[in-house]
Design a protein around this ligand. Structure first.
Ligand code: SF4
Length: 330
């Protein structure tokens, strides 16, 4: 009798980042205000995770906690941020400084406040390379020129000697992207990187980030308030509201089968040529000091039920690992 041996090779997905039960508060005058509630996120190596939500929903606080760049009144109350299995929250600021810029880079919202006006753009990029790679000035300068070239800055050898104010807004953001890329990080966090730019420049910067991510296979977290941007190049999406993740899914599922009423509201408020009137979600997100009983979205939710202002919804997992916190699916 022939023994049939079936060997099943399971390709294990490798996660570069796992955030577990992250809770962050801010010390206000005489009270603690919770900005991030029990956030759980996973990013696979080489993939793009979009985090979307209105201003103040906790998306940037979550991102800054990965970089360990939270303001001094922030308190990480609990949770883990595992980068390649290492809990970043256990690292000292010195250890973190070695990771920041070399392994994990940030593309911030406003390039003007991220570049030092007193130093040339080249000086700032070269210094980053020297610090992390410990190579000669000549080699670091060559890498800086290549980085500026890769973000399509013309005549990079000359522009290296310019000060930030001699660059346009779009060029400054390109220079910041060059700085983020110069040490070949494994993970880039782009925090609303096009918000401070003109519409036409926004599209160019977005295309540039998309192209670089695809060419280098860098893992990317892309933070935005615009679901339309998410559609273009994210693999997974986490929708945040009032410090919580309310829905997490593959990008196709978010667009074809949104489950959470807030996700539906965000999609309905996207502009499109066949819409005469833009739908908006009524009301405002709560302030972080507000304590809302039950589902935190209930004051704005068109699907609200009796239970909603009494009981906080728990996680429901649907097909394709689509995750939602809403009593409609309990
Ligand atoms: Fe709306 Fe209730 Fe779902 Fe909250 S739990 S999103 S209030 S239906």
């Amino acid at each position: 009798m022939t023994n049939l041996v079936i060997i099943i090779i399971v390709m294990k997905k490798e996660n570069i980042l796992e955030i577990k039960n992250l809770n962050i508060s801010f010390q206000m005058e005489d009270e603690l205000a919770r900005a991030v509630h029990g956030v759980e996120l996973t990013l696979e190596k080489g993939k793009v995770l979009g985090i979307v939500g209105e201003s103040g929903c906790g998306k940037s606080v979550t991102a800054m906690s990965i970089m360990k760049l939270l303001p001094s009144n922030a308190i990480i109350e609990s949770g883990e941020i595992l980068y390649n299995g290492v809990n970043l929250l256990n690292l000292s600021q010195n250890e973190m400084q070695k990771i920041r810029g070399s392994k994990i880079s940030l593309i911030p919202q406003d390039p003007l406040t991220s570049l030092n006006p007193l130093y040339t753009v080249g000086e700032q990029i070269i210094e980053t390379i020297e610090y992390h790679r410990g190579i000669s000035r000549k080699e670091a300068t060559e890498i800086a020129v290549e980085s500026l070239k890769s973000v399509k800055i013309p005549e990079p050898e000359n522009r290296l000697n310019d000060y930030p104010h001699q660059f346009s807004g779009g060029m400054r953001q390109r220079a910041i992207i060059a700085m983020a890329l110069c040490c070949n990080p494994e993970l880039i966090i782009a925090d609303e990187p096009t918000t401070a730019l003109d519409v036409t420049v926004q599209a160019q910067i977005l295309d540039l980030i998309k192209q670089i991510q695809a060419e280098r296979g860098t893992s990317l977290i892309f933070i935005t308030h615009d679901l339309g941007v998410i559609a273009e190049f994210c693999n997974h999406v986490a929708v945040m509201y009032a410090g919580r993740i309310v829905e997490y899914a593959q990008v196709e599922d978010i667009f074809n089968n949104p489950l959470h009423p807030y996700t539906k509201g965000l999609l309905e408020s996207l502009p499109s040529p066949d819409k005469e009137i833009l739908n908006v979600i009524p009301g405002q997100p709560p302030a972080i000091t507000e304590n809302i009983p039950g589902c935190v979205f209930h004051p704005r939710c068109p699907y609200r039920m009796d239970i909603c202002d009494k009981v906080d919804p728990v996680l429901t997992i649907k097909e394709n690992n689509q995750q939602v916190y809403c009593h409609l699916y309990d």
